[in-house]
Design a protein. Sequence first.
Length: 146
Amino acid sequence: MDFTLIPICYDNEHIMRYKHKEDYYCDICNKQGVSYCCDNCDYYRCRNCHRDLLAEEEIKERLRLSKLKNEFKLAELNLKNDNLEDWEVMISDGEILYINKLTKTYSYDYPLYISPSLSDREIKTHNDDRVRCTFTELLNTIKSFF
């Protein structure tokens, strides 16, 4: 497979070919002498404008990757600061995913951890320091998690 970049004209997205013509004018800077011509329409570019357009696309891609890298590092730092050791960060299709190592699931949203509150449910204990409850209390406690 050939993975070379093919220049396209921005008006109609036609493929442009290298054809140096001295008597034509660049459609971007209006300079005489063009290097790239569209085969399907009257669109011409000089060498300098062509290189500038290619550089602009490359710079945009580098900035996008740099931003994604910074977001990745920030997401890892946030997980560490929030003591969410069961989660890790991954990038898929240009987006950050949060993966739960225990459940082997993922989410695009930042994971929230809410510790269960026992204040509204009293655990009854007896003198022998073992937790005692009835079967109904145990069943209701399990149901409350779902």
